[in-house]
Design a protein around this ligand. Structure first.
Ligand SMILES: Nc1ncnc2c1ncn2[C@@H]1O[C@H](COP(=O)(O)OP(=O)(O)OP(=O)(O)O)[C@@H](O)[C@H]1O
Length: 588
């Protein structure tokens, strides 16, 4: 993939706006540049004693027209640039969002939500501001300088006087070249510190309930304070160099003015330059100072935003780690067996495998139970089935098709995955359940809710299925959230469903009802249930026991119970004892 160059692509698509703006800037400056000349001629008339009432009115009207014309055309030029700047923001934000949604889990585990938000907000705005402001100020200044110098020459001001007065201004590019990279580096540090702060804030607001329950607000305040302090330090470092830079530009302007006054004054006294031309010269030099100062600001802001632009280009050039093969096909998984053969997987090449030599044949329509200690690789195995991470070629096949040769859409629409902590959106319960198909009939939503045993809870809520949930579904209890997420998986009625510890937060009676309803509804449909409680999987056609990434046992519930030395029987004994204690029937 070619590296992304968003600015170049954008300019290619919108160059005519810039051209239009350039034309209006040109008109505005051509009008504006007459202002010193008119004043110069006014001064000459005054000196020669030829000023009449009519002439005063004439000059006043002329100056008014010049001012109004310049402002009007400058305003139009600015409008075009601001318009196109907002378009840039809109395009890039849309593109970024689309790009981010295509990225895989590995990308999100590296980039926190706060960081991504910071790219959206700070970086895009920084680039937009610098291109809008940059274009306006640079074209304005360039045109003004060119037209001012031309006008001075036409007015008969000696070239050596113009050259001497304008010379200090020519030093600006050298200062820019020297200070620019320093500003850019320091600005990058500020942007990074801002990203860290957004990330910390996002995480801390997200975890505020935990913070409060542990009464650790002071620690959190201190941690957040450190990130803010880092921003302050970085910003001060940036301000030191950028304010020095910004102060230098007007200083050079002032030196130019002093030369114009001193040398111009001398030449006026010695009759080499008319008083009118002397007034015009000082006004022209004064006139150039503001745009030059703006250019200083612009160059500063361009230096700062180059860091943002580089980051945005780099981000948009990143390829998702999971990509569809060229010949990927969509196949119907309704009757496809899932074959896992000699599957070994590691998240990082340097670390030990998380799964080792896994072999499972999941016949179409069967129920597979997976149990194992925490961290034994159960979820990882499911992520590979969904191709959230890439398994080695040939190790996972649906029917006869390698999972890598399936289109991602066909895979993920036909395999429903219900995680343990399903994220709920801050919208209605109905929309959360009908997530994959927003226009599902209410009756389908209700049926799924019944299967997930959440129906009776929902109908007790004031707006039933139209009840809006708080952020991340926090209006509901943990068990209710889990069952809503389960309903979201069940409504798909997909050929394959994976329940990844999806009933861990419900009581034993509700779990039994959910399992019974799943058994009924998913008869003849492939169902994979991961659980820590044996009660949730004991009905499965086959159960595999994972330990340390390896299948250590497999069979039906009864077969596994007979392997008395096995992990399964041990887990069973512990859980049975626990439930006997819980129901008060223990004899010990
Ligand atoms: N994105 C990741 N990057 C690196 N290592 C990971 C990643 N996700 C999981 N792991 C590691 O892989 C191992 C298996 O994790 P996995 O989530 O598959 O276990 P699990 O059996 O589902 O656990 P649990 O029952 O607690 O959900 C763990 O040691 C975990 O630390």
């Amino acid at each position: 993939m070619k590296p992304k160059r968003i600015l170049l692509d954008f300019f290619r698509a919108t160059w005519y706006f810039y051209l239009l703006s350039l034309c209006f800037h040109l008109i505005s400056n051509l009008i504006n540049v007459f202002y010193p000349k008119v004043l110069g001629s006014f001064t000459d008339k005054l000196q020669q004693g030829g000023l009449t009432h009519d002439l005063i009115i004439h000059y006043s009207v002329l100056l008014l027209l010049i001012g109004a014309g310049a402002v009007l055309f400058n305003g139009i030029a600015m409008y075009f640039i601001m318009y196109v700047g907002r378009k840039f923001e809109f395009n890039v934000r849309g593109g970024l969002f689309q790009h981010f949604t295509g990225m895989g889990e590995r990308f999100y585990s590296k980039n926190g939500v706060g960081k991504l938000l910071s790219y959206f907000m700070n970086d895009v705005t920084a680039v937009r501001e610098s291109i809008s402001m940059g274009f306006n100020a640079t074209t304005n200044a360039a045109m003004l300088i060119i037209s001012a110098v031309t006008m001075m020459i036409i007015s008969g001001i000696p070239v050596y006087l113009i050259a001497a007065s304008v010379f200090p201004l020519l030093l600006i590019p050298f200062i820019v070249v020297y200070l620019g990279p320093i500003i850019r580096k320091r600005s990058m540090e500020v942007q990074e510190a801002l990203g860290t702060m957004t990330e910390t804030a996002e995480e801390q607001f997200g975890g505020i309930r935990v913070t409060k329950k542990f009464a650790v607000e002071p620690i959190m305040n201190e941690r957040f304070g450190k990130t803010v302090e880092q921003i302050r330090r970085n910003q001060l470092r940036l301000v030191r160099v950028s304010s020095f830079f910004q102060a230098l530009i007007p200083l050079l302007g002032t030196i130019a003015l002093i030369i114009a006054l001193a040398l111009g004054g001398y030449l006026t006294i010695t009759q080499h330059v008319s008083l009118g031309n002397f007034v015009a010269l000082t006004l022209y030099v004064r006139m150039m100072m503001n745009p030059l100062q703006q250019i200083g600001n612009v160059i500063n802001s361009i230096q700062r935003s180059r860091a943002s632009l580089e980051r945005l280009n780099a981000l948009l050039s990143q390829q998702p780690d999971i990509v569809e093969n060229d010949g990927a096909k969509a196949i119907d998984l309704s009757h496809a067996d899932i074959k896992i053969e000699n599957l070994t997987f590691t998240y990082n090449p340097d670390s030990a495998p998380v799964l080792q030599d896994i072999n499972v044949h999941i016949k179409s329509g069967m129920t597979l139970g997976i149990i194992g200690r925490t961290g034994s690789g159960k979820t990882t195995l499911m992520k590979l089935l969904l191709r959230t991470y890439d398994p080695a070629p040939g190790t996972i096949r649906y029917g006869d098709t390698d999972v890598r040769d399936l289109t991602l859409e066909s895979l993920r629409t036909q395999v429903a995955y219900v995680p343990q902590d399903g994220f709920l959106f801050s919208t209605t319960i109905r929309e959360n359940i009908a997530f994959y198909k927003r226009d599902s009939a209410l009756s389908d939503v209700e049926t799924a809710a019944q299967q997930a045993q959440i129906y009776s809870n929902v109908v007790d809520l004031p707006d039933r299925f139209e009840t809006r949930l708080g952020e991340r579904g926090l209006t509901l209890s943990g068990g209710q959230r889990q069952r809503t997420s389960l309903a979201r998986g069940l409504i798909k009625n997909a050929p394959v469903i994976i329940l990844d510890d999806s009933v861990s937060a419900v009581d034993a009676v509700t779990e039994k009802d959910i399992i019974a309803s799943i058994q009924k509804e998913r008869h003849q449909k492939t169902t994979i249930i991961i659980a820590h409680r044996i009660s949730a999987i004991k009905h499965a056609d086959e159960i595999i026991v994972l330990d340390g990434g390896v299948i250590v046992q497999r069979g039906t519930h009864d077969q596994l119970l007979h392997e008395e030395e096995g992990l399964y029987a041990a887990l069973h004994a512990i859980q049975e004892e626990g439930s006997l204690h819980a129901t008060g029937t223990s004899h010990s």
